[in-house]
Design a binder for this molecule. Structure first.
Ligand SMILES: [Zn+2]
Length: 300
């Protein structure tokens, strides 16, 4: 190993139950930055490294106490000069071997930056059009995952929540304070990080959603008067206030999302049958409030 490479307390080999040795005592993680105009950011691996000379993504051993997301971003910063504080994750793929795992995080970068090999692990760091990736000699593990990753690489998850329907799905006294109940739902949604794809019927292991919370009636004024509450800009949850019919606004939010980005996954949370039919016609998929409660309670 080069003496110049970065070190973490996760550096080391794991003798895995699959019969192979893997790098990373706490698992490993890598970051694939995607840009619709330029493609995917790949690393040409230094000849001295494991599978030297092949192309993959920047990544490496996670430190103890480090999430896969944090580890992937740190590695991409160290190896490819990706600006760590400007990365927005979209989804991730986890290859879980039990004693060891590898997480591939797909993300976009919110600023323009010039990638360069910023440590000796890379011969080169380049944007490669998705269509050209197959022609490169790929790192075997990355090559195996690439066909699945490619399908989803430029897609995001948009979650549209029918607040009235979700709040009304549990008899917890919400009818005494509809506004308070909708605010509690908002806060739970704002605390969500990534969601398991399987529960939402999506490929990939987990997704970081953009959330639209559609409120109507008495709940329409949530957080409007309270200056200490999260503003619409700072929160990961966009509050959509229906002037009249909440269902019409939900359909409009779906249509707008799919008009802007036709390949995105738009999932509407509601049990309302007529609304489910309407948004399905628009190209969204649906899950019931029960699934959302599961997600809020901690996933699969
Ligand atoms: Zn293994």
């Amino acid at each position: 190993m080069s003496p110049l490479r970065h070190h973490t307390d996760g550096d080391g080999w794991v003798e895995c139950t699959c019969g192979q040795r893997h790098w990373g005592l706490f698992g490993s993680a890598g970051l694939m930055v995607v840009d619709p105009a330029r493609g995917v950011l790949l690393q040409h691996r230094a000849e001295w490294s494991h599978h030297g000379g092949t192309w993959g993504i920047p990544g490496g051993a996670r430190a103890s106490e480090e999430s896969a997301l944090d580890g992937a971003i740190r590695e991409a910063h160290e190896e490819a000069a990706v600006p760590a504080d400007q990365v927005t994750p979209s989804h991730s793929w986890v290859e879980d071997h039990g004693p060891w795992s590898y997480t591939t995080v797909v993300a976009r970068c919110d600023v323009d930056f010039v990638p360069y090999p910023s440590d000796p692990e890379s011969l080169d760091i380049s944007w490669v059009p998705a269509a050209d990736v197959d022609a490169l000699p790929l790192h075997p593990a990355f090559g195996k995952l690439w066909p699945a990753i490619r399908e989803q690489a430029f897609r995001h998850l948009v979650l549209v929540v029918d607040a009235a329907n979700v709040v009304g799905s549990r008899p917890d006294g919400w009818w005494r304070d509809r506004e308070g109940a909708a605010e509690r739902l908002h806060d739970k949604l704002a605390a969500l990080t990534s969601l398991p794809g399987a529960l939402l019927g999506l490929p990939a292991t987990s997704w970081w959603p953009r959330i639209h919370l559609v409120v109507e009636g008495q709940a329409r004024n949530i957080y409007r008067a309270d200056q200490s509450a999260p503003s619409d800009d700072a929160s990961p949850v966009v509050i959509e206030r229906a002037p009249a019919n909440g269902d019409d606004l939900i359909v409009a939010v779906v249509d707008d999302a799919l008009m802007r980005r036709p390949d995105d996954h738009v999932v509407v949370v509601t049990a309302d049958r007529e609304l489910r039919q309407r948004v399905t016609r628009s190209g969204a998929s649906t899950v019931g409030p029960r699934t959302l409660h599961q997600l809020i309670a901690g996933g699969a």
